[in-house]
Design a protein around this ligand. Structure first.
Ligand code: SAJ
Length: 417
């Protein structure tokens, strides 16, 4: 089969994207380096949890338009949707790790042809689209292919979809198409118009890269404001949930919600790319990251203080491990970080309740960690201290009297709202 689109990376972004293209009649090859992921998708099943994604993937595979493989094949458009984490260097500096993007770009050298379009969807530091062109150019040269990287078109079209409502947002969110050339922007715009019902704005690649980082840094700074307020309110004895509810009645005030910290692979990561690019100038953005990163330690200290007051081996139930409500994603989750820190304390017995997973993540499963994954019923029967970490539906449905006579630390304020 001649593919129209080849998507590299079949995770939370690549899989919905290639499936939606396939259901719009495009011939799509999805590529992932993990063979079990490829097998699962070719059977019309999924390896991640996202509402309605299973139906979309099944429909895409059954239509014959979507196939998965471990290596790219020729196509007219290639979309790179691989992870862009950070690494921690000396002095705790967070540096972007572009190794997956580089490997994906280089892997295209054997299959691309002049005039192909390469779209970078992965959230990336400013300048990465240019680097994709340069990595591919280097790989083409090494293979002795008879054309240079300049014979192709390149654009950055960042995704903006919210885990938990990805399929709706994939269609309804405005997008940005930022090409290295105007022709690349136009080609990228027309590609996404096949399924995006909203507006697609054209710009250059560097602005598109910075726009995506800015959106997530904006949210991080606003959550940090709410988290800082929660610390201030604790110190001065004011109920932060009531405070925010009332302040938000002002027509121009919209404070977000405090929590146990900020997790996920986006908001807790992307602002660091801005800090790395302009460390002297990005003062608010860096401080917001630090405020949000410090919140889990504050929560741990509160639990330990409560346990010390009880004065015996305390059973602590951590309600929720995911990075936010109603998703199964535990990556960069403050709830996991807090549970792991508590599980290192031999004076505690820690029970974790996470209805979205069947096994503990490896940070918690390692030997020596004093934590057990249990049902909500078991936790309710056994724990002395309840630590509400994630506002999953199942926890929100609990009547507040569930915790009468128990010690409850509600980091999400669900029993206050
Ligand atoms: N959080 C709070 N308080 C709030 C809102 C969120 O503590 O008021 C916490 C959540 O619990 C979670 C973290 O912040 O731990 C991030 O959750 P989120 O729902 O704000 O965002 P993500 O990471 O699921 O998705 C974000 C979105 N970006 C923005 O809203 C600007 C999404 O649109 C992006 O596509 C996604 O990042 C991404 O992939 O970059």
């Amino acid at each position: 089969m001649n593919y129209e689109i080849c998507v590299l990376g079949l995770g939370y972004i690549g899989l919905p994207t290639c499936s939606i293209f396939a259901t719009k009649g495009k011939k799509v090859l999805g590529v992932d380096v993990v063979p079990s992921v490829v097998e699962t998708i070719n059977e019309g099943r999924i390896h991640i949890e996202e509402p309605e994604l299973d139906m979309l993937v099944r429909a895409a595979v059954q239509s014959g338009n979507l196939r998965a493989a471990v290596k790219p094949q020729p196509a007219s458009t290639f979309i790179i949707a691989v992870p862009t984490p950070f690494t921690v260097a000396e002095n705790n500096r967070k540096l972007p790790d572009l190794s997956f993007v580089e490997a994906a770009a280089r892997s295209l050298a054997e299959v691309v042809e002049p005039d192909n379009l390469i779209v970078l969807e992965s959230t990336s530091p400013v300048g990465t689209t240019e680097r994709v062109r340069d990595w591919l150019g280097d790989a083409l040269k090494k293979l002795g292919r008879p054309f240079s990287a300049d014979a192709l078109l390149y654009a950055h079209c960042p995704e903006r979809i919210l885990p938990g409502q990805m399929l709706k947002e994939l269609v309804s969110n405005d997008r940005i198409a930022g090409g290295l050339t105007p022709e690349a922007s136009a080609r990228a715009k027309s590609l996404y118009q096949s399924f995006c019902a909203a507006e697609i704005f054209i710009t250059d690649a560097r602005t598109a890269e910075m726009a995506k980082l800015t959106e997530n840094a904006f949210r991080d700074v606003n959550i940090a404001f709410a988290n800082e307020l929660s610390l201030i309110c604790e110190r001065i004895g004011v109920d932060v949930w009531e405070l925010i509810r009332l302040a938000n009645r002002h027509p121009r005030v919209k404070i977000l919600q405090p929590g146990p910290g900020v997790g996920g692979h986006c908001i807790a990561v992307d602002p660091w790319f801005i800090v790395d690019a302009a460390p002297e100038e990005a003062r608010v953005i860096r401080t917001a990251r630090e405020v949000n990163d410090s919140k889990p330690h504050h929560v741990v200290a509160k639990v330990k203080a409560a346990a010390a007051r009880l004065g015996r081996k305390t059973v602590v139930a951590c309600l929720g491990l995911a990075f936010k409500a109603d998703v199964d994603d535990l990556r960069e989750s403050p709830a996991v970080e807090i549970t792991a820190e508590l599980a290192d304390d031999s004076t505690l017995r820690v029970l974790a309740v996470e209805p979205h997973v069947r096994v503990l993540p490896k940070q918690l499963a390692s030997t020596g960690k004093n934590v057990e994954l249990v049902s909500l019923e078991t936790a309710l029967a056994q724990a002395d201290v309840f630590l509400l970490l994630v506002d999953h539906k199942v926890f929100r449905a609990l009547p507040p009297e569930t915790f009468t006579g128990k010690h409850l630390i509600d980091t999400r304020g669900i029993f206050k709202k």
